[in-house]
Design a protein around this ligand. Sequence first.
Ligand code: PMP
Length: 352
Amino acid sequence: MSRFLSGRLQSLQAYVPGEQPKVSGLVKLNTNESPFPPAPGVAEAVKNAAARLQLYNDLKSEKLVRLLADTYGVKENQVAVSNGSDEMLAFAFQAFGGGGLAFPDITYGFYSVWANLFGLDAKIIPLNGRFEINPSDYRKLDRCIVIANPNAPTGKALRRDDLMEIAECNPDSVVIVDEAYADFASRPDVSALGLAPQWENVLVVRTFSKSRQLAGARLGYAIGHEKLIEDLNRVRFSFHPYNVNALTQAAGAAALEDPEYFEKCRKAIMENREWTRAQLLSLGFRVMDSEANFLFASAPGLGGAEYQRRLRERNILIRYFDQPRIRDYVRITIGSREQMEKLIEATKEILA
Ligand code: PMP
């Protein structure tokens, strides 16, 4: 740290992303990426966009926003796009978190980092003993509520009706629903996306990083009431108007134009998740129900750190969080069937 760093930032605990080693042959199940390549049309679309990079990108991301609005049956002014959903969440925290925030103790680690960075008071609400959000803990909080649904790293999901009840009990606050993983939900009652625009105070934030195989392109979006979208754009234009670059806009549009590929990849992940879950259960693991592209699991007789270390020795990366309540657990991203078979083989060796 230099002696010039602003006082407020000196105690900031930055977010620690999962490692991204460049080692060949690694089975990488630690950052919830897709094991599949982008949709076949993406590379050509990016190449065409690259020929016009001397120009600034479209400030309105017109094509991308139109395709998102068509895909989800909402109006274009009910959609905003961002440089990864991390950026959208940061915009939303700034826009709606002035009166304070509330989120669970075990959830996406970036929420508390942004709260500190932006100087927003955060009320931390413990998950119940089954690692679930108890909707009645979120009544009349009078502050902006942030819920990852499905939650990370547990993978458990609230019912959309419970989310709407939370919104109803907090009419003067925005409820931000982070649906980074909602495309992988097998239960049909999870996503609030279709309802959000009719609610004055519900904002759904999503990403192309997981279910649309574009983590490296950095593309996120929000869907909600047009006034909330207008507020997000006010923050964007006060910070970084050209936030979604031309290559990413082209990549995102091409991905949306191939719904069959999206479905195929999504289904494969969901099937591999259930296969892996059954395998882990048969090996004596505790595994939480997951509606996401990862499993939160605890190995029999092994702490999370130890299981992660022993897999790493075998070139398999998973994620461990050194955090109270969850030290027995690890988060395992669902990859291809071949990757999951390697994980299970290595786990059998470790347990033997
Ligand atoms: N929300 C949750 C719950 C996440 O796990 C992640 C991925 N780390 C994000 C948001 C951000 O994803 P991205 O910025 O790649 O869209």
